[in-house]
Structures are given as structure tokens and as C-alpha cells.
Design a protein around this ligand. Structure first.
Ligand SMILES: C[S@@+](CC[C@H](N)C(=O)[O-])C[C@H]1O[C@@H](n2cnc3c(N)ncnc32)[C@H](O)[C@@H]1O
Length: 273
């Protein structure tokens, strides 16, 4: 387990993923009944953008850093921005567990999971003040198996692997059939990297094959998707995409593109809307 998210926190992929996450949770809060969020690959929960790792890559400067001082943000960007703005002013960045915990209401629940033995301790420390968050230390797919469907019968699962393993795409194709069987009505957000050699079309076919309603895909590209040997972009597949979320994200594609100097942003429905 060599991947450390501290090198990448706040980059353009994080902005896209966390912006979508904030919109999904905002939608889920429209109903009073409580819900549960399972963050299967939690990371450490909070990042220092002036720390050694982030300073080495400076990826955040071309991601969340591009929004500093902008006073003309579209409304759809605000659920995300309101959770990061204060941290960013101190050169900090909230990871997905922190972002989620901040957006939940007192009756909602978060299970944030991390497998790395040291990172899970840091995650526990960083999340200590959130009483509605529980930290688990296990394999992500075991964590999902153990917790879906949640008793609340409403909620979201974030799947955000580091893709260090060569067979991660195959694993996801297999695992998603299990999610569909266990909890076909849950909202699942699955993140994937876009590199020319990766089997993204297989992942998309597997997602379509599940037949879950409202399966939607969006991609933010820094470079053309077939450019060899580069991290070309960031993709998301959302199963049971909450109403209005795809439209909200599409509405801010232009803004994201301009602010972060992206090559393209695109989206499509994989199953019926
Ligand atoms: C991309 S990072 C997560 C970032 C986080 N979701 C965020 O948005 O702030 C992926 C994390 O998954 C962890 N990880 C790797 N393999 C795992 C596994 N099999 N189960 C659970 N976590 C794993 C890594 O240690 C890393 O912290």
C-alpha cells in the first residue's frame, strides 16, 4: 500500500469528486428521514497543503487553489465550496470523511473506512470530534459487504480506490454485481482515473449491465483521454443518481473547465434517467 492521498489532496479530481459528493448529500437531506454514508476508501480525512507531500506535487494549486478568491461562483458549486473555503484559507483541505461528516445532520451516520494501518489512526484522530462518524479498518469491499443495506435504507456509498492494483477494474466489475444484489436502491459513487491503457469501457459496460436506474457517468479531462502515459482525467459513475444532481453538475462544467483549465467535461446516462 504505497498510495498516499496527501500528494494529491485538493487536485482537480478531488474537486470534481467532492463537488459531486456534496451535491448528492445535499439532495439526500431534502427528506427528513436519516441516512447512512459509507466511505469505503476514506484516506486520512484532512490534509495540510503546505505539508511535505502536497508541497512536492503542488497538485492542489491547479485544483482547489484555482477557486481561491473567486467571488462569482455558480450556486451549484456552493454546497462543496462552503465546506472547503475556511480550511483552504489556512492551506488545509478536507478529505471525503470530513466533508461528509460536516454535511450530515445529527441523526445521519457516517462509516469511514481505511485499510492502511497508519492512515487509519490518523483518520481516527482527524475525525474524533464527529460523534456521528465511526471509523473502521478493513478492506473496502468487506466494509461495503458488512454495511449494506444500512438499517436506514437510505444513503450513499463512496468507492474511491487508489488503483494501485492491476486488477482493480476487474474487481470493481465483480463487486458492483454484489452491491446491486444487496442494495439496489442505494446511491453509489464510484471514482476512476482516466488513462489511455485502462479498461474504462469494460467498467462502463459492467455498470450498464447491472440495470440500476439512473446510472450516470461524468468525466473531467485535463488531456484527451487517449493521450499515452499521462493521468488524463477523472471519472465518476453514479448509480441511482439523485434527481437534479446530474443537471447541477452539467450546469457547472463550463465553470470547472474555465477555472481549472480543463480540456473537456462530458457526461452521459448509462441507464434510463
Ligand atoms: C484515493 S484515496 C481516498 C481519498 C478519499 N476518499 C478522499 O476523497 O479524501 C484511497 C485510499 O484508499 C486506501 N486503500 C487502499 N486499498 C484499500 C482497501 N483495499 N480497502 C480500504 N482502503 C484502501 C488508501 O490507503 C487510500 O488512503
Amino acid at each position: 500500500m504505497n498510495y498516499r492521498h496527501a500528494y494529491h489532496a485538493g487536485n482537480f479530481a478531488d474537486v470534481m469528486k467532492h463537488m459531486a459528493l456534496a451535491l448528492c448529500l445535499t439532495y439526500l437531506k431534502k427528506k427528513e428521514t436519516p441516512f447512512c454514508v459509507i466511505d469505503a476508501h476514506g484516506g486520512i480525512g484532512h490534509y495540510n497543503l503546505l505539508g511535505d507531500e502536497a508541497s512536492k506535487t503542488k497538485e492542489w494549486q491547479d485544483g482547489v487553489g484555482r477557486f481561491m478568491g473567486d467571488e462569482d461562483m455558480p450556486g451549484e458549486f456552493l454546497p462543496y465550496w462552503m465546506q472547503v473555503e475556511d480550511d483552504l484559507a489556512r492551506y488545509q483541505y478536507p478529505g471525503s470523511p470530513t466533508l461528509i461528516a460536516r454535511l450530515l445532520r445529527p441523526g445521519d451516520r457516517l462509516i469511514a473506512n481505511e485499510l492502511h494501518p497508519e492512515d487509519v489512526l490518523t483518520l481516527e484522530k482527524n475525525m474524533a470530534s464527529f460523534t456521528h462518524a465511526r471509523i473502521t479498518h478493513m478492506d473496502a469491499y468487506e466494509c461495503i459487504r458488512a454495511h449494506v443495506p444500512p438499517p436506514e435504507k437510505r444513503g450513499l456509498v463512496l468507492i474511491d480506490p487508489p488503483f494501485e492494483k492491476k486488477d482493480e477494474f476487474d474487481t470493481l466489475c465483480t463487486q458492483m454485481t454484489e452491491w446491486q444484489k444487496r442494495w439496489p436502491t442505494g446511491v453509489y459513487m464510484l471514482w476512476y482515473p482516466i488513462k489511455s491503457h485502462l479498461p474504462i469501457s469494460e467498467l462502463v459496460s459492467a455498470a450498464m449491465g447491472l440495470g440500476i436506474h439512473r446510472t450516470w457517468q461524468c468525466e473531467c479531462l485535463k488531456y484527451p483521454s487517449d493521450q499515452p502515459d499521462t493521468f488524463n482525467g477523472s471519472g465518476l459513475i453514479i448509480f441511482n443518481a439523485p434527481f437534479t444532481v446530474p443537471e447541477s453538475i452539467q450546469n457547472i462544467f463550463g465553470y470547472l473547465k474555465t477555472q481549472m483549465g480543463l480540456y473537456d467535461c462530458r457526461s452521459s446516462w448509462l441507464t434510463s434517467a
